[in-house]
Design a protein around this ligand. Structure first.
Ligand code: MG
Length: 386
């Protein structure tokens, strides 16, 4: 089912402690908002609007770098106005298309929850993922003249989460009818008030909203449990031929020969590209950039590497470290190693200490030893969602 989504990220989130508002805060290596957006894109959102303070637009761009299929809408003075701003930004979509409204501060959204709320829309005007209340509830305050804690029934009580699903025209109608005297705490409340039927679908304990500073400590531990580390390795070799310079790990080195190949023949970058593709199980460099395709003739191999890193990011993953070994008798690699590391760190957007370039000879043995060609090996470590 096609659906669009509005992510509300306009709050100042003062309860989460000093510093940045919670949606911008780092959670296990990436901002909370990015977790939410990646989850919605991975679940199939055809159009995604992020509602935030207009002054945060630059930071929004940085936060979501490399992700496609999202747009910005300006936040309003209240959550309800922000949601309506997000809905207005979807005006070009079919008017009765399902729209999911999600709080940015619930980062651990799964496709199962999204599928659940969408399925529920078949028979309801709004669907809320929710969990039954498990703890005994206490009312603290005056009751019957005595003040103190008294037990309150939890029968029929549920904890509402997001994303909440609606047909966009139904939600717009409900907001138009909202009296505006009070601030709704979620969108389902607005549809209820307009006489709509709201249903419950299966919530997820991991979909908890990050509200207080201590929530982040728990979320860090959950984030670690929800991700895996993968390793990929790559190998490449190119033949020496007549020339005046050679490209290795994105650096051009003056040399009395060059490496022959369809692209710039940078074996270091090719091996590394294959290592990254290997870590995410996405084929090899030849699958993505066929040598029969003329557009790659003489191409700078940075493009291949950038593409592989982009594929990692689109899966909600990130590169952890890379290690490249160049195997040749000549040219001497050592004088160029630091330039190569710096160039790789720049292309990969990694700190320098997570990028290694090494070199070895094969003591005159084999094709590299005889000076027929140069070989390169690479290993890449990648972290992705489970
Ligand atoms: Mg190659």
């Amino acid at each position: 089912m096609t659906f669009s989504a509005v992510v509300v990220a306009a709050g100042s989130g003062t309860r989460a402690g000093p510093g940045q508002a919670k949606q911008w805060r780092d959670l296990a290596g990436k901002p909370v908002l990015r977790w939410s957006v990646e989850a919605l894109l991975a679940a199939g959102a055809a159009d995604l609007v992020i509602v935030t303070d207009p002054t945060m637009q630059d930071i929004l761009g940085e936060t979501l770098a490399g992700l496609h299929g999202w747009r910005f809408a300006p936040g309003g003075a209240t959550r309800a106005l922000s949601v309506q701003s997000g809905l207005a930004a979807l005006a070009h979509r079919p008017v009765d298309e399902p729209v999911l409204v999600h709080d940015a501060a619930r980062p651990f959204l799964t496709k199962a929850v999204v599928d659940g709320v969408l399925a529920g829309l078949e028979t309801a005007d709004g669907v809320v993922p929710a969990l039954p209340v498990a703890d005994t509830l206490k009312y603290v305050g005056k009751r019957g003249g005595e003040s103190g804690a008294t037990t309150t029934s939890r029968d029929g009580l549920w904890r509402a989460q997001t994303p909440q699903a609606f047909r966009r025209d139904r939600l717009l109608t409900a907001y138009a009818a909202w009296n505006g005297q009070t601030e709704p705490t979620d969108d389902a409340q607005v549809v209820e008030a307009d006489g709509g039927k709201v249903a419950i679908s299966a919530g997820d304990p991991l979909l908890t909203k990050l509200t207080y500073p201590e929530d982040f400590a728990m979320a860090e531990r959950l984030a670690g449990a929800a991700r895996i580390t993968r390793i990929g390795q790559g190998f490449d070799a190119h033949r020496w031929g007549p020339g005046e310079s050679v490209w290795l790990c994105g650096v051009e080195i003056a040399h009395d020969e060059t490496l022959i190949g369809h692209s710039d023949a940078d074996a270091g970058l090719h091996a590394l590209t294959d290592a990254i593709l290997g870590a995410i199980g996405d084929g090899d460099i030849g699958d993505h950039f066929p040598p029969t395709d003329r557009q790659w003739k003489g191409a700078a191999s940075d493009k291949f590497l950038i593409h592989a890193v982009d594929l990692v990011r689109r899966r909600g993953g990130r590169l952890i470290n890379v290690d490249v070994t160049l195997i040749c008798e000549r040219p001497k690699i050592k004088p160029h190693r630091e330039a190569m590391r710096a160039r790789l760190a720049q292309i990969l957007d990694l700190p320098l200490d997570r990028v290694s370039v090494k070199a070895t000879t094969t003591e005159k043995m084999g094709f590299t030893g005889r000076g027929e060609g140069l070989a390169a090996q690479a290993v890449a470590t990648v972290e992705t969602p489970l």
